[in-house]
Write a new protein. Structure first.
Length: 693
C-alpha cells in the first residue's frame, strides 16, 4: 500500500481490505484471496455492524481551536461457522457519506516564475499554482483525493473563521486558519508548511453558483486577505503598506446592470474597492492608497460564465521622508476552479476570490500575472514582485448607500505636493494645483444609468517651473472596461483612461492613476483632533494617487494622496443675482512639506462673503498647528461665482481660490477652495469645503 493516498500523505496507517455486504437475499461472496478464514464448511458472512458514523474515528484528530478532524467509517464483521467453531475477522470499510462541494485553486509560494515589467505577465509554476475540482466534505473534514493534480489534502472545518495546529496534505503537515461559509458552500484556507519554514500556501474550494446573476441593484462584500496571508490591507503587500493601521473596513461595492453576457453598449456591472490608510501624525506619519476597479461580464472564452475582471492601482509612502512608491497589480481577475467557475454559493454569487492574474484585452481569457512595486529612484526594475489573492464574504449594505444616484457634472480643484523625477534621475518635490485656479479644469461627470464616470484633471506647478499636465480618467463611453465604477453620489472611483492619453505640455504621456472619494477613509482622532468636518450635501472630496510619465523619457510626475474637492458649480447665473452675506464653515485637507518630510494634515475652514460687494474673508485654522487668514474678492467676469485672494500666517504666505457650489437648492450653499502657502523650509497645499447654515 506504499502508493496509497494515505501513504502519500505521510501517514503510517494502512487501509484494511474492503469487503462489500451482499445484496439482501443473496449469498455472500467468497473471502478475498489469502484471507485467514479457512475450513471445509460453507462460509457465511454476516454483517454485524452497519454505518458506525462518528463514533468510530480512525483518522488522526487535531485538537484545539479547529473543532477536530474526523471521518465517517463503516465497520463490518465477517463470521465463519465451521463445525460449531466460530472465527471472525473485522474489516474496516470507507463508506462515502461525503458531500461534493466543488473545485477551486491551490497556491504555494512562489506560484510563478519570470516577470515581464512591461506587461506584468508571468509563467505559472504548475505544481504551485493549480486549479481543480472534486473537493468533498465529510463531517467536519474537507478532502481532495484527486482533481487538483498531485495535490491532496484532508483539512478540518468548523463554522465561520477558525484555526488549526496540524493537518495532513501531500505537501506535508500544515497549520493555518480557515473560513467556512454558513451554508458550507465555500471554504478558504491560509496555510503554513510546518516542514518548510512556514512557507505560505492556500487552497479554496466552493460550490459553483448556478442561479441567475444579479442584473440590477447594489451589493457589498467584505474583503479578506488570502494568499499569502501576510497583510492587514487587502491588495497591498505586507512590506509596502499592508501592515499600516488607520485603514477603513475593506469592502467591495458592486453596482449591477443587465449588460453581463455582452458588452454591446455603455452599461456596465461594476465593482470598486478602495482603502486609504493614514497612520500617525506629522513627521511620524506613513500612508497608503489602494484602488481596485472591475467589471462583471461573460463571453465564449469563459464558457458564458460570469467573471470579474479589473486592475488595482496603489501608492505608498513608507516614511514621511520617503518618496511615493507605486504598487500595482495585486488585484486583477477572479480565480477560477477546474471547470472555469468564478462565483460560489447556493443562494447567490456570494463568494469569489480576486487574484493578481488579469484577463486579456477584450476577453475573459485569464493571463498569468503578478503585482509589482516600483520606487521613484529606481524605475527600470521592480523593487519586488508578488502574487496575492483576496476572498470575499457578503455583507449587508450600510444604511443610505445607493439612496442617491445622480447623473451630474462636478467641478472643483486638486492641490497638494507632487514629486518630479526628471530625465536625469533627479527627484524633487513641488506644489501642484489646478491649472489657472479655474474649477472648469477639474471636472467629474457621473452617469447613474451606466454605472460610469469620467474625469479630466488639468494641473500646473504653483511656481510655474514645470510643465502643465492634462490627465484624463475613465472612459465616457465605448467597449473599454474596468476604468471607472459609480456606486452612488458618495462612493465612486476612476483610474486612467484607455480612450484618451495624458499630456506633458501637449507632449504625449502615459498615466497610471486612481482617484477615489473620502468614503474610502477612516481617519483617526489624533489626525483630526479639533476638526469640524463639512456636512456638505453635494460637494465631495477625496484623494488622487499615481503617476504620469512622458513617453520616451524617464521624466515622470508622481502624486500620493493629493486632495481634491468638487461640487455642482453654481455659475454666474446664480450668484450674480444674490444679495446679502453668507458664512460657510467646514474643513481643509493638505499635503505638507516640512523640510524633507511630507505628510497629510487636516484643519478647519471658515469664510464670510458679501454677495453685494463680492468680497469677504477666508480663515484656515489649526492646520498643522497654524492659522492662516486673508481677504478674497470675486474673479472678474464670473458674476461672483468664483473668488481668489491671499492668506498668511506665522511667517508663511500664499494664495487661495475657490468657487460657490450648489447645495440642496439651486443656490450657493456650499463652497470649494484650493490653497497653498510657503515659508522657510515649509510648504503646504490642499483643498477645503464649507457649507452655509
Amino acid at each position: 500500500m506504499a502508493d496509497s493516498q494515505i501513504s502519500t500523505m505521510g501517514s503510517s496507517i494502512q487501509p484494511n481490505a474492503i469487503v462489500s455486504a451482499p445484496p439482501v437475499g443473496q449469498a455472500p461472496p467468497p473471502p478475498p484471496p489469502g484471507g485467514s478464514i479457512t475450513g471445509e464448511n460453507k462460509v457465511q458472512a454476516i454483517v454485524k455492524n452497519a454505518i458506525n458514523a462518528q463514533q468510530n474515528n480512525t483518522l488522526d484528530q487535531i485538537a484545539g481551536t479547529d473543532g477536530g478532524m474526523r471521518r465517517n467509517r463503516t465497520t463490518r464483521i465477517i463470521e465463519k461457522v465451521d463445525d460449531g467453531t466460530t472465527t471472525s475477522q473485522t474489516v474496516t470499510a470507507v463508506v462515502d457519506t461525503s458531500t461534493l462541494i466543488g473545485g477551486g485553486r491551490f497556491l504555494r509560494q512562489t506560484p510563478f516564475t519570470g516577470f515581464d515589467f512591461d506587461t506584468a505577465q508571468t509563467t505559472r509554476v504548475a505544481a504551485r499554482n493549480l486549479t481543480g475540482s472534486g473537493a468533498r466534505l465529510d463531517g467536519n473534514v474537507l478532502s481532495v483525493t484527486s482533481g487538483f493534480g498531485d495535490f491532496t489534502f484532508d483539512l478540518p472545518t468548523s463554522s465561520g473563521t477558525f484555526s488549526f495546529g496540524s493537518a495532513e496534505t501531500s505537501i506535508g503537515t500544515v497549520s493555518g486558519n480557515g473560513y467556512a461559509s454558513p451554508d458550507k458552500s465555500f471554504f478558504y484556507y491560509n496555510l503554513r508548511e510546518s516542514g518548510a519554514g512556514s512557507n505560505p500556501a492556500s487552497v479554496f474550494v466552493g460550490t459553483p453558483f448556478t442561479g441567475t446573476f444579479p442584473t440590477s441593484g447594489i451589493q457589498s462584500h467584505d474583503l479578506f486577505a488570502g494568499f499569502p496571508g501576510k497583510t492587514l490591507i487587502p491588495m497591498l503587500p505586507q512590506d509596502y503598506g499592508g501592515n499600516f493601521t488607520g485603514a477603513p473596513d475593506p469592502i467591495l461595492y458592486s453596482a449591477f446592470s443587465s449588460n453581463l453576457t455582452k458588452i454591446s453598449n455603455d452599461e456596465r456591472s461594476v465593482a470598486i474597492y478602495g482603502s486609504i490608510a493614514i497612520e500617525g501624525v506629522g513627521t511620524a506619519q506613513k500612508s497608503s492608497q489602494i484602488v481596485y476597479i472591475g467589471t462583471y461580464f461573460s463571453d465564449s472564452a469563459s464558457q458564458d460564465k460570469v467573471v470579474l475582471s479589473g486592475y488595482s492601482r496603489g501608492s505608498v509612502r513608507l516614511t514621511s521622508s520617503g518618496t511615493p512608491i507605486r504598487v500595482d497589480g495585486a488585484g486583477g481577475t477572479t480565480s477560477r476552479d477546474g471547470d472555469n467557475n468564478s462565483f460560489f454559493g447556493t443562494s447567490g454569487p456570494d463568494h469569489f476570490v480576486i487574484s493578481s492574474d488579469y484577463t486579456e484585452s477584450g476577453g475573459s481569457t485569464p493571463v498569468s500575472a503578478a503585482g509589482f512595486v516600483q520606487t521613484l529612484e529606481t524605475i527600470s526594475t521592480p523593487a519586488t514582485t508578488f502574487f496575492q489573492e483576496t476572498y470575499t464574504r457578503p455583507v449587508a449594505l450600510s444604511s443610505g448607500i445607493g439612496d442617491s444616484r445622480t447623473s451630474q457634472t462636478l467641478n472643483g480643484f486638486m492641490s497638494g505636493v507632487g514629486s518630479d523625477r526628471n530625465n536625469a534621475g533627479s527627484v524633487a518635490s513641488y506644489l501642484v494645483r489646478t491649472l489657472s485656479e479655474d474649477p472648469s479644469n477639474f471636472e467629474i461627470v457621473t452617469n447613474a444609468s451606466t454605472n460610469r464616470l469620467y474625469a479630466t484633471v488639468k494641473t500646473e506647478d504653483a511656481t510655474g517651473a514645470r510643465e502643465a499636465l492634462v490627465i484624463p480618467l475613465g472612459n465616457p463611453s465605448g467597449v473599454g472596461r474596468s476604468r471607472q465604477a459609480f456606486i452612488d453620489d458618495s462612493i465612486f472611483g476612476v483610474r486612467e483612461s484607455s480612450s484618451s492619453s495624458p499630456t506633458f505640455s501637449a507632449t504625449a504621456a502615459t498615466g497610471r492613476m486612481a482617484m477615489i472619494t473620502s468614503a474610502f477613509t477612516s481617519l483617526s482622532s489624533s489626525l483630526t483632533s479639533g476638526v469640524s468636518f463639512c456636512t456638505c450635501t453635494h460637494t465631495k472630496w477625496g484623494f488622487i494617487s499615481g503617476e504620469v510619465r512622458k513617453d520616451g523619457t524617464g521624466d515622470r510626475h508622481r502624486f500620493h494622496l493629493v486632495p481634491w474637492v468638487a461640487g455642482r458649480f453654481s455659475g454666474s447665473a446664480v450668484t450674480s443675482v444674490l444679495t446679502g452675506s453668507a458664512t460657510h464653515t467646514g474643513h481643509v485637507v493638505a499635503n505638507v512639506q516640512n523640510g524633507s518630510q511630507t505628510y497629510i494634515a487636516f484643519g478647519n475652514y471658515s469664510q464670510t462673503w458679501s454677495f453685494s460687494s463680492r468680497s469677504g474673508t477666508a480663515t484656515i485654522s489649526d492646520l498643522d498647528g497654524t492659522t492662516y487668514t486673508g481677504t478674497i474678492t470675486g474673479v472678474s467676469t464670473t458674476g461672483g461665482s468664483r473668488f481668489d485672494g491671499t492668506i498668511s500666517g506665522t511667517g508663511r504666505a500664499g494664495n487661495i481660490a475657490g468657487a460657490f457650489m450648489k447645495g440642496s437648492g439651486n443656490s450657493a450653499e456650499e463652497v470649494g477652495v484650493q490653497f497653498h502657502v510657503t515659508g522657510t523650509s515649509y510648504d503646504a497645499a490642499g483643498v477645503g469645503l464649507g457649507k452655509a447654515p
